[in-house]
Design a protein around this ligand. Structure first.
Ligand code: SF4
Length: 286
């Protein structure tokens, strides 16, 4: 039996207030970001040890004073989220949306997930999958299999790029193995390639299509910083800007359209790209 801290400290209350303000801001943007994936989100931690270079949750946490550049990677337990008794909610719940499930955070993540699932919720588990964590989740949530959809974030086939943009997240091979294991164990699987880090993300789609029982989501990097870039980082930022350009996106979409229906039918394009087309009066068919 896990020990659940009995008290909710002042810091957690302060974080709650700031998250409410932040949520209002996000809600203004209809269908934005995670709202494309699920009706609501639940998180068990503040901060994320993966420390991805493009993280929107990090950007917002720093902006609203909940975290700093230096302490974002320290994952602080949201005791309130762990103690809470969850009810059945309308629509699918995404867990987590502003941290990841890591070996250090797994125990409390399982507690929250089991509460959500026991209440009868449909849960979308989104993660840059750590193989040990996935193995544990598959075993410990087996009884709720029909309520769970996994969405594994696999943004590149290149470990060189993954190490730069997602420095503490698992490598490509580990993520692919996790995806295969979840599929093999009979769970519903899907993939997020957002933000794509390769010039041609279709290679990734073709390589992993067989292991996704559901959708494969493609999105571009939304926030590519222009200031504070070190000389050794410049080539990564330049490359990312190039592959996120309107010209590159059009090329990718045009190549996606040529894929066989069996693959094409699983592809979903994120709002980061559909909004660009909408501005030009084009509705994408994906
Ligand atoms: S895994 Fe997600 S929440 Fe964690 S740092 Fe990366 S983008 Fe942010």
């Amino acid at each position: 039996m896990e020990r659940i801290p009995a008290l909710i400290d002042k810091k957690n209350k302060r974080n709650d207030k700031m998250i409410k303000t932040e949520s209002k801001e996000v809600k203004k943007k209809k269908g934005f970001g995670t709202k494309e994936y699920a009706e609501s989100n639940v998180n068990a931690y503040f901060g994320c040890s993966n420390n991805c270079g493009y993280c929107y949750a990090k950007k917002m946490a720093i902006r609203f004073g909940r975290k700093t550049e230096d302490n974002w990677r320290e994952m602080v337990l949201n005791k309130k989220a762990v103690i809470k008794n969850y009810k059945k909610r309308k629509g699918r719940i995404m867990f987590p949306s502003s941290h990841d499930i890591t070996p250090e955070s797994l125990e409390y993540c399982v507690i929250v997930l089991r509460k959500l699932l026991k209440a009868g919720n449909e849960v979308l588990i989104v993660t840059k999958p750590n193989l040990w964590c996935i193995h544990e989740l598959l075993n410990r949530l087996e009884e709720f299999k029909s309520q769970i959809l996994f969405r594994f974030t696999i943004t590149s086939i290149s470990d060189h790029k993954l190490r730069f943009w997602e420095p503490n997240a698992p490598n490509y091979e580990e993520r692919v193995f996790s995806l295969k294991l979840a599929k093999y164990k009979g769970f519903k699987t899907s993939m997020s390639i957002e933000p794509y880090l390769d010039a041609d993300p279709i290679k990734l789609i073709k390589a992993l299509n067989l292991y996704c029982t559901g959708t494969m989501w493609l999105g571009k990097m939304n926030y590519i910083k222009t200031k504070g870039i070190l000389p050794n980082e410049k080539k990564f930022y330049d490359f990312q800007r190039k592959i996120s350009s309107w010209y590159s996106i059009q090329k990718i979409i045009s190549n996606l359209e040529k894929l066989p229906n069996e693959i094409k039918s699983k592809i979903k394009i994120k709002d980061s790209i559909t909004r660009l087309y909408a501005k030009k009066g084009v509705v994408l068919k994906f």
